[in-house]
Structure formats: C-alpha cells, structure tokens
Design a protein around this ligand. Structure first.
Ligand SMILES: [Zn+2]
Length: 79
C-alpha cells in the first residue's frame, strides 16, 4: 500500500492510501517480471503526493517567490 498526500479538504490534511495492482510477466526471459499498476494522472511513480497537490504547491511557491530584482530595488538606499 502506498500513502500519498493530496489537496486538503475542508481544512483537513488528506492522505490517499493506494492499493496498486501488481502484474507478473509470463515471459521467463523478462528482466522486469513484476509490474506495478501506474496511475499517471493521479500520482507519478514513487511520488509522495498527488499530481494536483504538486501543481498547487508549485503555484503557491511561484506566487510567493521573491523577485530578486524587485527586492534589490526596494532595499537599495541609492534608488
Ligand atoms: Zn515482461
């Protein structure tokens, strides 16, 4: 079972518990042998959060990021 953080709901932290199916390859020469079900629209392989939570955090991060040029101008005494 995988635990994946998702967007909060009603102010509560959400964690999704995923049961991904596993498939075995019938080819005895196969190097992979076992495949785990992928859910690319929901969560990337080995990710700890859903794609939509990642996108949301990225949007918040880019909005609150300091613009270095603007910060420099604002702090410059010789402006
Ligand atoms: Zn195979």
């Amino acid at each position: 079972m995988r635990r994946v953080a998702d967007l909060p709901w009603q102010g509560r932290v959400l964690e999704i518990r995923l049961h991904a199916r596993r498939f075995r390859c019938s080819d005895p020469q196969c190097r992979q042998r076992i495949f785990t079900e992928r859910l690319p629209e929901t969560v990337q392989p080995k990710a700890r959060r859903t794609a939509r939570l990642g996108e949301s955090q990225l949007a918040i991060g880019s909005r609150s990021a300091v613009n270095p040029a603007r910060a420099c101008r604002a702090n410059s005494p010789c402006r």
